[in-house]
Design a protein around this ligand. Structure first.
Ligand code: ADP
Ligand code: MG
Length: 330
């Protein structure tokens, strides 16, 4: 038991969301590394087969969605400037373009910029000229999707890193349902899906990480929901005393600076939750809250650099602040 606790805590170092007492006695946790992140699936021991199938599905999905693996479908599409798409890649790319049309801050065409900044290898601040030159070759208008195929123009390259894990969380949910699983917690590097309730009948509590620490700042409860966090502290580097995070603002080509440490999106739609958390991180709390109030698309928790926490109305009864150095704004 001690080992499991230590393991879960070390997971929280890597993940921005943490689930308390994931499952009770006789649970089974499958841990694996996929999609460039640490993943866990926890189920009752009797549902081991479902957890194993999810791990297989997600590991195999790298061969579809990875922008870095030279044997992946997306890698080939980027290299060849387009081509025929599998059903899965087509549907996620289509969804990405639909979300971009609503929220341009989420932009699946920025892979060249991510490479220029060196995220995933040796990051450093590029020259202004290199950034502005590359910006000319990004944008959803460079991605043309027709029946089952895509064409990329101007050397643009696709990156589904801000949406694929959300889609795969939904695939995990389908596998849980097909196995008749009653309760489970799926955590794909900050994309958490909570399936059902604890054995005791209580709700699972999802902890939101206190920025740049291993502590929990607040908890949220709710079943059959996807919880996705995008945060500046997840992947970043520091140069000349300034921090640069891995989420890029498509307007400037520079890492987003919207005054947020993190945003957690909670929704019944896992794919949207992933893309929205990235978009909201770039847009900042005010514009994102306005969008949520107008559309009712999801619930969200914003943590600002001023140590304020802003939550959407629907979370009032299921949100608990644990850390008094942060203020919950009305
Ligand atoms: P994480 O991958 O850490 O869970 P996100 O879901 O926010 O966080 O996705 C960030 C990743 O998405 C980046 O590593 C990069 O590959 C890609 N990305 C960066 N900026 C954008 C953007 N504006 N729109 C869409 N994808 C982006
Ligand atoms: Mg995302």
């Amino acid at each position: 038991m001690k080992r499991i606790t230590a393991f879960l805590i070390s997971a929280a170092v890597l993940l921005s969301l943490f689930v308390f007492s994931a499952c009770e006695n006789q649970s089974y946790t499958k841990s694996f590394f996929a999609l460039n992140t640490f993943c866990t699936v926890t189920v009752d021991a009797s549902d081991k087969a479902a957890a194993d199938e999810i791990a297989r599905k997600i590991s195999e999905a790298e061969k579809v969605f990875s922008a870095t693996r030279s044997d992946s479908e997306l890698y080939k599409i980027n290299k060849e400037g387009g081509g025929e798409l599998s059903k899965e890649l087509y549907s996620v790319l289509k969804r990405a373009l639909e979300i971009n049309a609503l929220l341009p801050a989420f932009d699946p065409s920025l892979y060249n910029l991510t490479l220029l900044w060196g995220f995933g290898s040796e990051p450093s601040v590029p020259s202004e000229k290199d950034i502005s030159d590359l910006l000319l070759h990004t944008g959803a208008d460079k991605i043309t999707l027709t029946d089952g195929a895509v064409t990329l123009s101007g050397g643009a390259m696709i990156d589904l890193g801000a949406i694929a894990k959300g889609y795969l969380s939904e695939a995990a949910k389908e596998i849980l349902i097909s196995h008749g699983v009653e309760r489970a917690v799926v955590n794909l590097g900050g994309n958490v899906y909570i399936h059902g309730k604890k054995q005791s009948g209580a709700d699972y509590k999802v902890g939101i990480k206190k920025p740049y620490t291993e502590e929990i700042v607040a908890t949220v409860t709710g079943e059959d929901l996807f919880y996705v966090t995008s945060g500046s502290y997840e992947r970043y580097f520091t140069e000349n005393g300034k921090s640069y995070c891995h989420i890029l603002d498509p307007k400037t080509g520079y890492p987003a600076e919207s005054g947020l440490y993190s945003v957690t999106v909670i929704s019944k739609d896992g794919t949207a939750a992933d893309a929205l958390s990235t978009a909201f991180f770039i847009m900042g709390a005010k514009a994102s809250m306005e969008y949520i109030e107008k559309t009712g698309v999801c619930e969200a928790v914003f943590i600002t650099e001023a140590k304020e926490i802003i939550i959407t109305k629907g979370l009032k009864d299921c949100f608990t602040l644990l850390d008094s150095s942060y203020t919950l704004k009305d």
